[in-house]
Design a protein around this ligand. Sequence first.
Ligand code: CTP
Length: 410
Amino acid sequence: MILKGKKIILGISGGIAAYKTPQLVRLLKKAGAEVRVALTASGSRFVSELSLATVSGEPVFREMFPPLDLPGTDFTRHISLGEWADALVIAPATANTIAKLAAGLCDDMLTACFITLRPGKPVLIFPAMDGQMYRSGSLQRNIALLTGQGCTVIEPENGDLASGQCGTGRMPEPDVIAQRIGMALQNATPDSPLRGRRVVVTAGPTREKIDGVRFISNYSSGKMGFALAEAARERGAEVTLITGPVHLDTPVGVERLDVENACEMYEAAKSLYGLCTVFIAAAAVADYRPELVLEGKLKKNSSHLQLNLIRNPDILAEFGTGKRPDQLAVGFALETGDGLEEAYRKLQEKNLDLVAFNTFDRKTSGFEVDTNVLTLIDRNHTETVLPLMQKKDAARQLLDCIEQLMHSGR
Ligand code: CTP
């Protein structure tokens, strides 16, 4: 959402990872950004100018000096392109380009854009190179210089490198870069009351052990909680995601704490109760756990087996009933029938500021699926009925409601 209408210069220098950049341009355009590409001479050996011009829908900028014979030529484009941009992203950034940026050299459009970018506009640099090059003292010194002048230099990923070796030097995938750009732009636009506030989100199922090989759990996939964590991060919040066992990637910029059972989730959450401004409980916490956990494997010795279960702590209720006036408690009420009254009961009993009443039909809403149907009920009993939508969109709507509550003094 944040990328919509934003003007981004993508600077591409000469590394093998440049082959991924047309995909990055596509992602940024799909998110509504305007993208112009500044390609170095070495970069053009790894990715074609024609590919980049086609996906961006714009001419690609290379030489500092424009062709003299074209009508309508902008003779000061080495200045106007930098002035136009909301952000400059350099991916991949080679050791050579980083050295030029650090030294203030300006001999092509990429380096010119860096120097002419307006103050306060984010610069994101994604180094990508051989692991040894990345660790070299000269490169690290140049990175430190750039970081010192306000650039964000993103540490490359660990994995297979073009040299055939394995190490730190890989450029992140285009979707991760796009998210990073979104975060940087968000941070440059101070508007959300969530900015700089700590938001804690619980997500996923919990597993309650029966014996060494079995557990009680549920079908929660964690998708709603992860979407909320990502959406809160997009608005500039410091997000901690406490999650049960799920198969999801951690959203970029979110701190993740992995737990297995309800008691572990409770302990992790409790340590953050006092620190957070907003506590969002999206986890499907098991209400009960086996009283005794058997070591090894339970044998089938009889025709019936009785398990004694005891109550788990209610993580959200404890936060909600003990919260300070400046804190907000947000929960979900997943109900199988017409459970709106149940949602109101949970709003009141757990002292919530907002409850998301969640219907459940296994195809469009509830566990595992990518979509959800929510009704948001706030502490003033204002109901917002959301239609069927992607969980990511539902997460944004929910955060809009939280922001409104924060604006109205809660
Ligand atoms: N929740 C929690 N800790 C628990 C149980 C629930 O934090 N031990 C949170 C959930 O994350 C959710 C909300 O409380 O945000 C409501 O959970 P739900 O399972 O719908 O309701 P319960 O309180 O467990 O009540 P019931 O099982 O009677 O419906």
